[in-house]
Ligand binder design. Structure first.
Ligand code: ADP
Length: 283
């Protein structure tokens, strides 16, 4: 029993029910696979590097399927109680407050556990009876087992390239799910995304995408993560605000990707090579 403001604010859960379809550009058969899995009551795992569109994809799918979306950003302190619920002190009273997973189960919402491998394994155990044909959530503290309402769907995401073996998803969890692989979109699609999200012109978007592709080809560049679509969009947003392409790339791409002085020098040299500045400014 704890005295905290709300369960939702503590575990970073957010609920989204947008009025317009979130902009998502399909890159393969991912929409068909997701919708087929949903209709059959199968859970889905989205695998792919950070910033490649997984969250946006789930938002678009929730919209198309007419389901509310409850998102939980997983972290290594996340407890089963954060997901399921807990007793809280409200004044003199002790009240049970549903966690985001329980709310999704009751409401028939899509529950999206972002970066699920960050969560402790004892936390993910609660997903087993939900993820398989039982579609049930046992709540020990209440002594009840809830049947998931029609429309409930469980979606998890993780980055297979960036995690320790220990934190890898348990096989018993994986085998209860349908997998959809995500990777960075092809250059022409990515250019369109950068233009759409930032409003930058096509030629600047193309330059940023070429630079992003070059970083992704650095196999051993000392980077934990390569340039995602997200950082390319952020750079384009800075250009829209009047920064030069080089300034924008340093601030939104090179800076966030590394703290290492040597690696950073290397990236800045690449910026000078790839992102020519027609005004002659060095940024
Ligand atoms: P992830 O959840 O994989 O970390 P996001 O869904 O947050 O990544 O995507 C990062 C950004 O990239 C989004 O804000 C979105 O603008 C853009 N994006 C990437 N891929 C797509 C896509 N296929 N369609 C639309 N936007 C995309």
């Amino acid at each position: 029993m704890t005295n905290e403001p709300t369960t939702a604010s503590r575990n970073g859960a957010s609920d989204i029910s947008p009025s317009d379809r979130p902009y998502y550009r399909s890159v393969g058969n991912e929409e068909a696979v997701f919708k087929a899995a949903f209709r059959q009551g199968l859970s889905v795992m989205l695998k792919g590097p950070t910033g490649c569109g997984k969250t946006r994809f789930v938002e678009a799918m929730a919209y198309d399927l007419g389901r509310p979306l409850i998102t939980v950003a997983c972290h290594d302190d996340l407890t089963t109680a954060d997901l399921v619920g807990r007793y809280l002190l409200r004044g003199d009273e002790t009240v049970w407050v549903d966690g985001p997973l329980t709310r999704a189960v009751r409401e028939g919402a899509l529950c999206y556990l972002d970066e699920v491998v960050e969560a402790r394994q004892d936390t993910t155990v609660v997903l087993h009876p939900l993820g398989d044909h039982r579609r049930q959530l046992p709540i020990e503290r209440l002594g009840v087992t809830l049947d998931a309402a029609p429309g409930f769907g469980l979606v998890v995401s993780y980055n297979p390239g960036y995690q320790s073996v220990l934190k890898d998803l348990k096989d018993s969890t994986r085998q209860r799910m349908v997998a959809i692989d995500f990777s960075y979109p092809s250059p022409d699609i990515e250019e369109g995304l950068v233009v759409h999200e930032s409003g930058v012109d096509h030629s600047t978007a193309a330059e940023l995408v070429r630079f992003g592709q070059a970083i992704r080809k650095l196999e051993t560049g000392g980077l934990r993560e390569v340039a995602s679509t997200r950082v390319l969009i952020a750079a384009a947003q800075l250009v829209v605000e009047g920064l030069t392409v080089r300034e924008a790339a340093r601030a939104a791409i090179a800076g966030p990707l590394t703290d290492d002085a040597g690696v950073s020098r290397g990236l800045n040299e690449m910026i000078d090579v790839y992102l020519g500045d027609p005004t002659g400014q060095t940024g």
